[in-house]
Ligand binder design. Structure first.
Ligand code: HH2
Length: 300
């Protein structure tokens, strides 16, 4: 449910004063390091995801696709078993989510060099993924759906992605109303990061995400993308997921090429504005786009 307090939330002092130094990498609990800017490749093991639903339900195809994404430049593979599409997503039980994911985890055996994250709001699903090697919990509810999630992340040393949304995965577009979306999202993420650190999650394992398309119209998405430096000033790496989302189609056009180019442009500009990770369906295009952006910002 939308939180009325969210509209009144204000970014912390860091967001208003000199920006905190943006971390240039994250060290995972298994010692692996992800250097920024990084590409997160999306692997949806679902029948109904908005862009690739049904394509990777077969575990063999899912693994093949994960390896393909790794070869084309993904630094992280984000695997999910429940869709959060704005219209028509169906909540799935923990059992069903695990039934989709476990056969894929079991077949990762040594084929993934890059770390993987688990895109779930359920702690039991995250637990199973961690047992099979996941190093990052990507929770679109920012640890608010399942009261055991924060404890699990703290206990296992997992990194967490804290994403902003309102309502639930099934009905979030009903709540796309804000007095000031940048203030609401920045304040919310600052509060969730405080919650996470109080729960024992190391500050250097927290990643924040404005939740592009989640309870947000095209105008809200554009406002947030234009205000990324304010989010980065909270001092956490910022993840941005614009890939193939409705607002890209509205602006760039509906053809597959227009959607890909629109996504790559958004990724490049997000990185140029300070984003650390882009979450994408096409890691090859994203890798090229963010390399250009990073080089033009003076990084290599
Ligand atoms: N977007 C989607 C799902 N998970 N996680 C984070 N942190 N940030 C995002 O922007 C984000 C996310 C939606 O995209 P997709 O996974 O392709 O679709 P679906 O939810 O329909 O499976």
């Amino acid at each position: 449910m939308p939180d009325a307090r969210e509209n009144r939330a204000r970014p912390g002092r860091a967001a208003r004063s000199a920006p905190a130094a943006a971390p240039d990498r994250i060290r995972l609990h298994d010692g692996r390091v992800i250097h920024f800017p990084a590409v997160m490749g999306v692997l949806n093991v679902t029948p109904d995801s908005f862009s690739d639903g049904g394509k990777y339900l077969d575990p063999g195809r899912a693994i093949e696709h994960a390896v393909e994404m790794q070869e084309s430049g993904a630094d992280i593979i984000d695997i999910g078993g429940e869709s959060t599409r704005p219209v028509g997503a169906r909540a799935v039980s923990q059992e069903e989510e695990l039934e989709r994911l476990l056969p894929v985890f079991r077949r990762f055996d040594g084929r993934l060099r890059v770390p993987f994250s688990i895109d779930t709001r359920k702690s039991q699903v995250a637990r199973a993924a961690i047992d099979h090697g996941a190093a990052i919990i990507n929770d679109v509810t920012a640890l608010s759906y399942d009261s055991s999630m924060a404890r699990l992340a703290a206990k296992t040393g997992s990194a967490v992605v804290l994403m902003h949304m309102r309502g639930s995965a099934e009905d979030h577009m009903r709540y796309a109303r804000y007095r000031n979306v940048v203030i609401a999202v920045t304040g919310y993420l600052a509060a969730r990061a405080r919650f996470a650190t109080r729960a024992g999650i190391a500050a250097n394992r927290i990643i924040i995400d404005p939740g592009i398309g989640f309870a947000k119209t095209t105008q809200h998405n554009l406002a947030l993308l234009g205000a990324l430096p304010a989010l980065c000033a909270l001092g956490y790496p910022v993840l941005v997921g614009t890939s193939r989302k409705t607002f890209i189609r509205h602006i760039a056009g509906e053809s597959p090429r227009e959607i890909e180019f629109g996504t790559a442009a958004a990724d490049a500009l997000a990185v140029a504005s300070g984003a650390s990770i882009v979450r994408v369906h096409d890691p090859g295009a994203a890798r090229a786009a963010i390399r250009m952006a990073a080089a033009m910002r003076g990084h290599n």
